[in-house]
Write a protein that binds this ligand. Structure first.
Ligand SMILES: NC(=O)c1ccc[n+]([C@@H]2O[C@H](COP(=O)([O-])OP(=O)(O)OC[C@H]3O[C@@H](n4cnc5c(N)ncnc54)[C@H](OP(=O)(O)O)[C@@H]3O)[C@@H](O)[C@H]2O)c1
Length: 337
């Protein structure tokens, strides 16, 4: 069953806790990846609401010098340590996932890791888990990502801690990788290939809207499953054309058979020493899994955001491998707000 959650949006005129009757007066919350992408937005939203934040992360060195976030390791081999780090926390906000298989990290391993994390949270007495998933997870999906996400949601439901699941399709804003890198390609390549007719839709949500939804979901008590989606759902071709216009690209947008996209993305990935887009990611998007038709749960319009950030979008390439698979590398700077 899907339940709606009103996003958490304190304003200067209305103090944060006036919106947050369920927040205990003290205590803290745990956010995975508070120095990574969506985790940093969730941590910032919590801190603005007056909450103390602890993070579980594999990248403690990314904490800024003025960070007030308490840092513990995200070490799935040490379940007792995870439980100790979670002890006393009110809510666990989980963003952990592995985007694609590489080395020992794959979706099966990510599901097993999440089982450990959820059990550690129950053992530690965490009151609620807010878990970031994906639109259209399915145990019978042909795509490992979507199958794994469905298995993770099932593991969460079985663990017995009250929960909320947020299901975004694609995130934008902050220093997100995906749209930034489409803009980067449009700035640098003479030709940009769109697979098939490019008529599959993209229902993206701003990372700050996702964070507001997550924090609101942390204050509820009932179990909830919510699509985290913004107000617009352009086709991929429309999105590419808008990005092209916004960044002043002269790249020629051509439509190519969908079967060509994974090998072309693979070759570009080799040149950039990164993984741009996996075959499964392309096929899932072309199958319509990045779209939903339900009501928007985020309010920031993708088109307005692209226009506002046209100057910075795609100026720097953002490497997924540097962020998650190459130890000691700094995060590449991507876009602005
Ligand atoms: N980004 C999108 O467009 C998008 C779209 C749909 C759904 N989602 C979902 O939203 C959630 C958050 O995504 P995000 O883009 O915000 O993720 P992220 O910040 O890049 O990573 C989230 C967390 O996962 C950890 N992590 C990621 N890759 C890892 C790896 N290979 N090995 C070990 N740890 C790894 C990070 O660890 P560190 O703290 O060590 O960095 C961080 O704690 C995920 O569940 C994702 O499936 C994202």
């Amino acid at each position: 069953m899907t339940t709606r959650i009103a996003p958490f949006a304190p304003t200067a005129a209305e103090p944060a806790l006036a919106h947050a009757p369920a927040f205990p007066a003290d205590g803290f919350d745990v956010v995975t990846g508070a120095f990574s992408y969506s985790g940093s937005a969730i941590a910032a939203t919590l801190e603005r609401a007056g909450r103390r934040v602890r993070t579980l992360t594999g990248h403690p060195e990314r904490a800024g010098s003025r960070s007030t976030v308490d840092v513990r390791p995200l070490d799935f081999d040490d379940v007792l340590g995870l439980a100790r780090s979670l002890e006393g926390a009110t809510t666990l906000y989980n963003t952990y996932w592995v985007r694609f298989a590489r080395g020992a990290e794959d979706h099966e391993r990510a599901v097993a890791n999440l089982r450990s994390l959820f059990h550690a949270a129950r053992q530690a007495g965490v009151e609620r888990i807010v878990h970031v998933s994906i639109t259209h997870p399915s145990i019978s999906s042909p795509y490992g990502y979507f199958r794994g996400k469905a298995e993770a949601e099932r593991a969460l439901a079985e663990v017995g801690v009250p929960y909320a699941v947020l299901r975004p399709a694609i995130l934008f804003g902050g220093d997100g990788v995906l749209l930034n890198n489409v803009a980067w390609l449009l700035r640098h390549l003479p030709v940009f290939a769109v697979g098939g007719r490019g008529d599959y839709r993209i229902r993206a949500i701003h990372v700050d809207d996702l964070a507001a939804l997550a924090v609101a979901a942390g204050q509820e008590r009932a179990n909830a499953v919510v699509d985290a989606v913004g107000p617009e759902r352009p086709t991929f071709l429309e999105l590419v054309r808008q990005l092209r216009g916004a960044v002043g690209s002269r790249s020629v947008v051509v439509r190519v058979p969908g079967s060509l996209v994974p090998p072309v993305a693979g070759l570009l990935g080799l040149a950039l020493r990164d993984v741009l887009l996996t075959g499964d990611e392309y096929r899932a998007m072309a199958d319509g899994l990045a779209d939903t038709t339900g009501p928007a749960t985020g309010s920031i319009a993708l088109s307005a955001w692209i226009d506002e950030n046209a100057d910075t979008l795609g100026r720097h390439y953002a490497s997924e491998l540097d962020r998650h698979f190459r130890r000691g590398r700094r995060r590449g700077r991507a876009s602005s707000r």
